[in-house]
Design a protein around this ligand. Structure first.
Ligand SMILES: [Zn+2]
Length: 452
């Protein structure tokens, strides 16, 4: 065992020295180099000709645009490029009849979950699937995300798979397996008695889908532990047991006390890490907003007062509309009433949030529904509930990049940003459903999909 210990220590010391000498950005640079090595075959530029380009920077879509890519970065974007401008060395990709847009961003995914709405599905994964098997399945989910056009994701907890998301994020970053850039939350935090698996013989010690903690001291320790193990985000469950309240409201049972939530948010922010809160009903949302989290996940019902606080504090809303519609369909098929009108209240909350000008970031909760279903279905509901197609696209590009604090790297197609480009055969501004048919995906300057 001793040589292993020495090797491990030596590596840790070497890593610490690199950090001390050059800071984290140098490490990021190292990863970029690794990616470039992988694609070293073409040090010459790649040119993508787009019939239409929604670059998310210009006020209007650009016609006959030419995107120049070198390595993993965008070098230039030219509108009205003459067809005869094809010249010089490099790779030319003709998307002259397609609409191109920035790589899409899903800010709420679970790569380590393969559906949990059908009876027994969650228990099977938690109790029967090994951690290695779940991780292998997660690499498949990551590949699917990329195929659907999502070049960046925020993976919001592993559901009992510990730190497997950190391993997946790093393996993708190093070019070991294909997948989107990932921000990860590792293990979500919840209190005793609030999260599956529960309801079994008390004599049994069973695993949970979360890290179970109680009290502000355990809260701070858990946040420190997760960050030290590689978490980019902290995920916390603010409530459970959501139910239809008086009028058109949804109420819930808060999990953590405000004292506990404050400790989680304070500790995470002290270490410069943002916090995402699962909050479904009035009380859960209110507590999470009061504690100053950075994003409200789901938010089936948010009071007007809490929306005002969210606006004032710049707290994002990630509505995840489709998962609840999907769940209702499953529950109806199984013969019991799921959420009793909850989706209608959720839709109304979305409409109010949009009208109030809240920052709404695209997120789907995919993994809660199977990865074989395209999470881009979410777009259609956002438009059905009041967004224009252009606004829905912006929520999955610019707004999502801002939530992830990655706006200098992704979210628009402009010089200096990562070369993440997708294309669809028809106009998504005319029919948002076009985004369910991504035919071309480039991530980091590498073509991952081209159906032409
Ligand atoms: Zn989720």
């Amino acid at each position: 065992m001793m040589p292993y210990v020495i090797t491990k220590r030596t590596r840790a010391i070497a890593a610490a020295m690199v950090l001390a000498i050059s800071g984290p950005s140098a490490l990021a640079g190292h990863h970029v180099q690794a990616g470039e090595q992988q694609n070293a075959a073409s040090s010459a530029a790649t040119f993508i000709r787009c019939g239409t380009l929604i670059d998310e920077k210009s006020p209007q879509p650009l016609k006959n645009a030419l995107i120049e890519v070198s390595g993993n970065k965008i070098v230039s974007v030219t509108a009205n490029a003459a067809a005869s401008s094809k010249s010089g060395p490099g790779t030319w990709i003709d998307l002259g009849s397609e609409t191109c847009l920035p790589g899409l961003i899903d800010t709420h995914t679970h790569t380590l979950l393969q559906g949990d709405q059908r009876p027994g599905q969650y228990e099977e994964q938690i109790l029967k699937w090994s951690l290695p098997y779940r991780t292998i399945r997660a690499t498949q989910s990551a590949q699917r995300a990329l195929d659907y056009g999502f070049t960046t994701i925020r993976d919001l907890e592993t559901e009992g798979a510990y730190y497997a998301d950190v391993a997946l994020r790093n393996a993708i970053r190093e070019g070991v397996v294909p997948g989107p850039r990932m921000k990860v939350a590792t293990r979500a935090l919840d209190t005793t008695g609030a999260y599956a698996l529960i309801g079994y013989d008390p004599a049994l010690t069973l695993p949970h889908g979360v890290q179970v903690i109680d009290g502000p001291y355990e809260a701070r320790k858990a946040v420190r532990e997760e960050i030290s193990n590689g978490a980019d985000w902290i995920k916390v469950y603010a409530d459970r047991s959501v139910y239809h309240g008086p009028g058109d409201t949804m109420e819930s049972i808060p999990t953590f006390t405000l004292e506990e939530l404050n400790a989680i948010v304070d500790e995470a922010h002290r270490e410069r890490h943002p916090v995402a809160a699962h909050a479904m009903g009035l009380e859960g949302v209110h507590n999470a907003v009061a504690a100053g989290v950075d994003s409200i996940e789901h938010g089936a019902y948010i009071s007007d007062d809490d929306m005002k606080t969210m606006l004032a504090r710049g707290i994002y809303y990630v509505p995840t509309l489709y998962i609840f519609i999907y769940a209702d369909q499953i529950h109806a098929a199984e013969g019991f009433q799921g959420w009793r009108g909850g989706t209608a209240i959720h839709a109304e909350t979305f409409r109010r949030a949009h009208k109030a000008g809240l920052k709404i970031a695209f997120g789907t909760d995919v993994g809660g529904f199977e990865w074989t279903i395209n999470p881009a279905k979410e777009f259609a509901y956002m438009v059905q509930y009041g967004m224009t197609p252009a606004e829905a696209i912006r929520s999955a590009t610019v707004t999502a990049s801002e939530l992830l604090r990655m706006q200098s790297e992704v979210g628009t197609i402009e010089p200096g940003k990562f070369a993440d480009v997708v294309a669809v055969p028809s106009d998504p501004l005319a029919d948002i459903g076009a985004l369910e048919h991504v035919s071309f995906v480039m991530k980091d300057g590498v073509v991952c999909k081209n159906d032409k």
